[in-house]
Write a protein that binds this ligand. Structure first.
Ligand code: ZN
Length: 303
């Protein structure tokens, strides 16, 4: 699922292409994509883009008269940009293409691989409606240490759960939480209520550093082109998606905890004092306080 760094880089690429440009036509290939009935999506046609914003892991495109078009890519949704006016006439590929937004500068096409269609589109009017879509997670890059510590310890959760719960932290999912915890040398199964001040300070520092470093890295990789290789498994990640491969810090094999259709990766010597997170008491704990699936967490209602 695209997380904060991916979404920020998507938004920057979109700003260069559609800010102050007119949306001429919206083409929806799938009736399941649009999750709102009013205002009708046709209201957006003929309006110019005034701003772009990230709301959690969503991309919000702001139009004249307070309209918002909000995209959630979920796991397999991706955006593609086709330059120029002629792109607007291009037919949508059945099954893969979900929608096209034809601007006077080019066409933005939303695709989703696989048969499970989870990506969503909301059309809203007014800032209050936009805020209602925000699960309310803390923006760690804007937050002070005290705000971060208060939010982190507001409920007692495993670190893996706390970081990936969109109601607690904004924009962090399975991939970057693995990277953050490895960088901070903290166990994904550690309970937030038992962390020391020094551990929380380390987590704050490395949450920010990991998100900022990766955003810059993706920016540098893409230069001025539209993001193409958006994936949860990136070359250069320390542990995420690297089960069995050597930890770049200590050389030990990267471990995993599997759950649902996901897994968490960590390095035992670096993060858990060498302990493998697979014994029975831990499994019980993890069952109660683990991201069941990231999608389930995303879908949970605002508390
Ligand atoms: Zn290691």
């Amino acid at each position: 699922m695209p997380e904060l760094p991916d979404v920020v880089v998507y938004i920057e690429a979109l700003e260069r292409r559609i800010l102050n440009r007119k949306l001429e036509r919206v083409r929806l290939a799938s009736p399941f994509l649009l999750r709102t009935a009013t205002p009708p999506v046709s209201d957006l046609q003929g309006k110019c883009v005034e701003s772009l914003r990230r709301v959690g892991k969503r991309i919000a495109i702001g139009f004249q008269q307070g309209y918002w078009l909000v995209l959630h890519l979920m796991i397999a949704g991706r955006l593609h940009w086709h330059e120029g006016e002629t792109a607007a006439g291009k037919r949508l590929a059945p099954r893969r293409d979900l929608a096209a937004f034809d601007f006077d500068s080019g066409s933005l096409v939303l695709t989703e691989a696989g048969s499970k269609k989870r990506a969503s589109l909301h059309v809203l009017q007014g800032a209050a409606r936009l805020r209602a879509l925000d699960p309310g997670g803390l923006e760690v890059l804007d937050a002070s240490f005290d705000e971060f510590a208060a939010r982190l310890t507001s409920e007692n959760h495993t670190l893996k759960r706390a970081l990936t719960d969109p109601h607690l932290m904004s924009g962090i999912g399975n991939a970057y939480s693995d990277e953050i915890l490895h960088a901070a040398m903290l166990s994904p199964a550690a309970l937030t209520g038992r962390l020391t001040g020094a551990e929380i300070a380390r987590l704050y520092e490395f949450t920010r550093k990991t998100l900022l470093d990766w955003t810059q890295r993706l920016r540098d990789e893409g230069r001025n082109s539209f993001p193409k290789k958006v994936t949860a498994f990136r070359e250069g990640m320390a542990v995420h998606g690297r089960y069995g491969q050597p930890c770049p810090r200590c050389g030990a094999q990267v471990q995993r905890i599997r759950y649902a259709d996901n897994e968490t990766n960590y390095c035992a010597p670096c993060q858990t004092g060498g302990k493998l997170l697979a014994d029975r008491s831990l499994s019980r704990l993890l069952k109660q306080d683990w991201p069941r699936t990231i999608e389930e967490l995303e879908a949970m209602k605002r508390r």
